[in-house]
Design a protein around this ligand. Structure first.
Ligand code: CAA
Length: 285
């Protein structure tokens, strides 16, 4: 059994059904919070407001643990991710922590962040970043590892590592390039300039921009819409998008036909198509 799951006092059997409630009950994290918003929708908050939610090794370890649990909890359908306080989503990796690291420890710290963000990217359910305020360095990298980003009007995105004499370490140079293109990524990475919410929207980094006070409500609305669909179909769709983006089109299309066929074996496919033909709303399992 995963030792981190054991550490939270849960068995795998307990994690199979109604698991999310149990995770929330057993929650003893110092730097993150997990709360239910509605049926199937959970909100994960990075909770270190005094340092603008900067990510140190302990916070990354807690994120790693909660993501393992979320991946197993069949009653979680969408994960919203945000930062505590109106000022910041996450202002980066923790500079006080990094200032004490040797070169080798710096590499290990980057590997820890990379592994956590890759786990987030590969989470079976969609993860939506709700970016309130600063999303810088590791914060921008965290947001970009979600499936998509909703931004508050005060959101500020950037990779300011050049100001500290270092490079991005949690995937920023790679994910930003894939999301906004090589030229704009190079400009942002080499100047450390921050993008405001409107620019992030124009460049395709954020899907929508909302007034600060409406960000959580709008995030919940979108999440509830997704949670009302077939969980299996949503999960398979995420896999197609995640895996397909790094394949050539021929292979990606082969994968899509295979997964399309696979989806025909599910109860949700019978329910979805029957409901349509009978003129009623589907009730997915
Ligand atoms: N790490 C540690 N502490 C941080 C932090 C960070 N990334 N960002 C902010 N803080 C702390 C500040 O030190 C300050 O603490 P004190 O109150 O104890 O002094 C507190 O949070 C509030 O911050 P400021 O007083 O600086 O707030 P501000 O409104 O004047 O400025 C800001 C806000 C522009 C975001 C500024 O805090 C800032 O530039 N932060 C650093 C951003 C950054 O460089 N991020 C990238 C980190 S490197 C990285 O992430 C590498 C990677 O890819 C893995």
């Amino acid at each position: 059994m995963n030792s981190q799951v054991q550490a939270a006092g849960l068995t795998l059997a307990e994690l199979s059904t109604k698991a999310a409630e149990k995770i929330v009950e057993h929650n003893s994290w110092q730097n993150i919070l997990l709360e239910q918003q509605s049926d199937g929708v959970y909100l994960l908050t990075v909770n270190r407001p005094k340092v603008l939610n900067a990510l140190n090794a302990e916070t990354l370890a807690e994120l790693d643990q909660v993501l393992d649990m979320v991946a197993r909890a069949t009653d979680i359908r969408v994960l919203l991710i945000t930062g505590a306080s109106e000022k910041a989503f996450v202002a980066g990796a923790d500079i006080a922590h990094m200032s004490k690291l040797t070169a080798l420890e710096g590499k290990y710290f980057a590997e820890q962040g990379m592994a956590v963000f890759r786990k987030l990217e590969n989470l079976p359910v969609p993860a939506i970043a709700l970016v309130n305020g600063y999303a810088l360095g590791g914060g921008c990298e965290l947001a970009m590892s979600c499936d998509f980003i909703l931004a508050a009007e005060n959101a500020r995105f950037g990779q300011p590592e050049v100001n500290l004499g270092v490079t991005p370490g949690f995937g920023g140079s790679q994910r930003l390039t894939r999301l906004v293109g090589r030229g704009m990524a190079m400009e942002l990475l080499t100047t450390g300039r921050m993008m405001n919410a409107e620019e992030a929207l124009q460049r395709g980094l954020a899907n929508h921009v909302y007034p600060q006070g409406e960000l959580l409500t709008e995030g919940n609305k979108l999440a509830e819409q997704i949670a009302s669909k077939s969980r299996t179909a949503v999960q398979l769709t995420k896999q197609l998008v995640q895996r397909g983006q790094d394949l050539d089109l021929d292979n990606a299309c082969v994968m899509e036909s295979d997964v399309f066929g696979l989806s025909f074996s599910t109860a949700d496919r019978h329910e979805g198509m029957s409901a349509f033909l009978e003129g009623r709303k589907p009730e997915f399992s």
